[in-house]
Design a protein around this ligand. Structure first.
Ligand code: GCB
Length: 683
């Protein structure tokens, strides 16, 4: 849906997104879940690994390393999966390596998987940054371009080959080279001055501010389905009076004879609605809606959609069962509001990165749970997946905890005219197809972001973003679409096509350094200019200051904790003047310090986190915590009930809290006390 002129938009009032999705990709990409008909075998753990340090980086292909075990073609390293390979070893050449790296793992399959011809065996790779080729027992099986989305192949014909136990050798070659048409883009630069550089010396240049970690950074697994199977499910939801509506569309891979049954179960496992056939609408009277964290006393309510396919096949009847978590909620945008379930929603949250010591961008459960505990502690209700799609498990956590997501594709660093070529655009659209296909069913995802800080003032960017955004809306008419801009409001060629203006600014940081007193004025001007031009809701999608934990300076100086705090405070004063008018959110840059390329501007990475890379709070974290709980208290449906935790004793049955506006005694009925687990009583 492309938005018309602001006037016409205003006349239409809030628009609910809610039609069915139309995906261009041939198959589905359901998250591999176990069910009575589906099994999983994790391939996480140690893989054999080798980086191809040959001059042309092609020795692996020339010597066909995939034809036999990797150890036979040379020395290998142990490499943990999931993990980025960069920070694991002691070899600096590996940390900065650009080119092909080779992973290999041998697996023995359960006998049933190889003998039962009604079983389909699938190899699924959560992500491989950035281009990957996969061989199974030396057979070229799969290729994928793009570093942050899953891909998979049906390998049944390779494993169902006879009566013997089947050992699989999975070889994956991954190339982290970025080109002008990859997302993100980059370029290899050969240094030809032989007085300074050895022959053939090259570097990879990028225009984004995070380290280009690479490797098998997410789960790799094998899973099974029956040969007749549920290929994809698409759910959109709506609300009609007090009933929830769940529209479903199921695609199956099987013959023309099949039965499809659909049941919706509530959180107590009771069936609340049933249907048959590949599409339909389930009506749930008195539905519990999916509400964001702190917006409702029961946030993040999830139903389960159980889909059962039964089909006759040549080897007897098979049935396939897949259960999808479903949150019933609506999303809408007016000219000044972002509505969830028809109520104004204010994004008070963070921008994140997938980033940590040692593992780089490797998925890690302890880190993920820690991050969510910090988000809950902070009173954050939202984040943006800056600047690429995050692991699927992250979005599942958001669904479960009610953390609202702006889901961003890896289009960051599009700053040159060639980044807006037709080749780039086609790839960009393809990535949006893969992203929407993967994340369309997450209630937490409320908006797509197609890019971060592109050179949207370029003439070619207008057509480019018109096409990419129109395509994304066609893929998913149920959600608004944006991109995050730092262009001048009068010059931005992409802004006419977005539903929400997301604007980044770094007043008193990248300009007028040290002049905190200018922030309110400059921020006010920024908001007014954007609003008077577009009459669309605005999110301050980045703001922040580089801060070294433990650096103190009062009066505040740049890089000290006091300066970060003071800068944030000035932004907050500016935000408060427009909050409730047309500014609908604020996302601080950044949740935690993160690694970047080395440069004189970055001291062991970007230090704008309110937490360190090790997730310890800087002074600013406490400031934001005060603010977010206060905003939650003012804006939630439980007006006045949310409280800000001031202290707690370790084994507290109750904890003393200050609420806004009164003091409450909070009873923690589950330890540890997270805000979601408090019962509130008035003192
Ligand atoms: C930005 C970018 C982000 C950077 C940040 C910074 O505008 O979107 O990727 O890390 O500024 O700290 O400079």
């Amino acid at each position: 849906m492309v938005r018309g002129p602001a006037g016409a938009w205003a006349a239409l009032g809030p628009l609910l997104w809610g039609c069915a999705l139309a995906l261009a990709l041939p198959g589905g990409m359901l998250y591999p879940r176990e069910s009575p008909s589906r099994e999983r075998k994790s391939l996480d753990g140690l893989w054999s690994f080798r980086a191809d340090f040959s001059d042309n980086r092609r020795r692996g292909f020339e010597e066909q390393w995939y034809r036999r075990p990797l150890r036979e073609s040379g020395p290998t390293l142990d490499m943990p999966v999931p993990s980025s390979f960069n920070d694991i070893g002691q070899d600096w050449r590996l940390r900065h390596f650009v080119g092909w790296v080779w992973y290999e793992r041998e697996v023995t399959l359960p006998e049933r998987w190889t003998q039962d011809l009604r079983t389909r065996v699938v190899l699924r790779i959560g992500s491989a940054h950035s281009y990957a080729i996969v061989w199974v027992n030396g057979v070229d099986t799969l290729e994928h371009e793009g570093g942050y989305l899953p891909f998979e192949a049906d390998i049944s014909s390779l494993v169902q080959v006879g009566p013997l136990p089947v050992h699989l050798r999975i070889t994956i070659a991954i190339n982290n080279t970025l080109t002008p048409s990859t997302l993100p883009p980059g370029a290899i630069r050969y240094m030809t001055d032989t007085s300074k550089y050895p022959k053939g010396y090259f570097v990879q240049n990028t225009d984004f501010d995070f380290f280009n970690y690479a490797g098998l950074q997410r789960a790799v697994l094998l899973y099974t389905t029956p040969t007749s199977y549920i290929d994809d499910i698409t759910v959109t939801t709506g609300v009609q009076q007090d009933s929830g509506l769940v529209n479903y569309q199921v695609s199956v891979k099987c013959g023309s004879q099949f039965k499809l049954e659909v049941r919706l179960l509530n959180a107590e496992n009771k069936v609340v609605a049933e249907g048959t056939g590949t599409q339909g609408q389930l009506k749930v009277p008195g539905a519990n809606l999916w509400w964001p964290y702190l917006m409702h006393e029961r946030p993040a309510y999830l139903y389960s959609l159980e889909v059962r396919l039964t089909a006759p096949t040549s080897v007897g009847p098979v049935s396939d069962v897949y259960t999808l978590p479903v949150g019933i909620r609506t999303v809408a945008v007016t000219e000044s509001q972002f509505l969830i379930n028809g109520k104004p929603f204010y994004f008070h949250g963070v921008n994140k990165h997938e980033d940590a010591d040692i593992r780089g961008k490797g998925f890690d459960w302890p880190l993920l749970v820690k991050d969510f505990n910090l988000l809950l502690w902070l009173g954050a209700n939202a984040f943006r997946t800056s600047h690429y799609p995050y692991a699927e498990e992250v979005l599942q956590m958001c669904d479960r905890y009610g953390i609202v997501v702006i889901d961003e594709c890896p289009a960051v660093g599009l700053v040159l005219p060639q980044h807006f070529s037709n080749t780039s655009m086609n790839h960009h659209m393809r990535v949006m197809e893969e992203l929407v296909r993967r994340d369309k069913n997450h209630p937490a995802v409320v908006m797509w972001s197609v890019a971060n800080e592109p050179a949207s003032y370029l003439e070619s960017a207008g057509y480019y973003f018109k096409m990419v955004i129109t395509h994304t809306k066609a893929l998913d008419p149920s959600r608004p679409v944006t991109f995050v801009t730092n262009a001048n409001y009068a010059a931005d060629k992409g802004a006419p096509y977005v539903d929400v203006i997301c604007v980044n600014s770094y007043y008193s940081w990248y300009h007028d350094y040290g002049h905190l007193e200018l922030i309110q004025l400059q921020l006010g001007t920024q908001f007014e200019n954007w609003y008077k031009t577009y009459h669309k809701p605005i999110i301050q999608s980045e703001y922040g200051a580089e801060t070294i934990i433990g650096f103190h300076q009062d009066p505040p100086l740049m890089f000290s904790e006091e300066y970060q705090r003071a800068l944030l405070e000035q932004y907050h004063l500016g935000l408060d003047q427009k909050r409730g008018k047309y500014v609908v959110g604020e996302l601080v840059w950044n949740f935690a310090d993160f690694m970047t390329n080395q440069s004189p501007q970055r001291m062991l990475g970007n230090k704008k986190g309110i937490f360190t890379r090790q997730r310890q709070p800087k002074t600013a974290a406490f400031l934001l915590r005060e603010r977010y709980w206060k905003i939650a208290n003012e804006t939630s449906q439980q007006h006045g009930k949310y409280v800000h935790l001031l202290s707690r004793t370790e084994k507290a049955e109750h904890v003393e809290l200050r609420s806004y506006p009164t003091t409450h005694r909070l009873y923690c009925y589950e330890y540890p006390c997270t805000s979601a687990r408090y019962g509130i009583g008035q003192t």
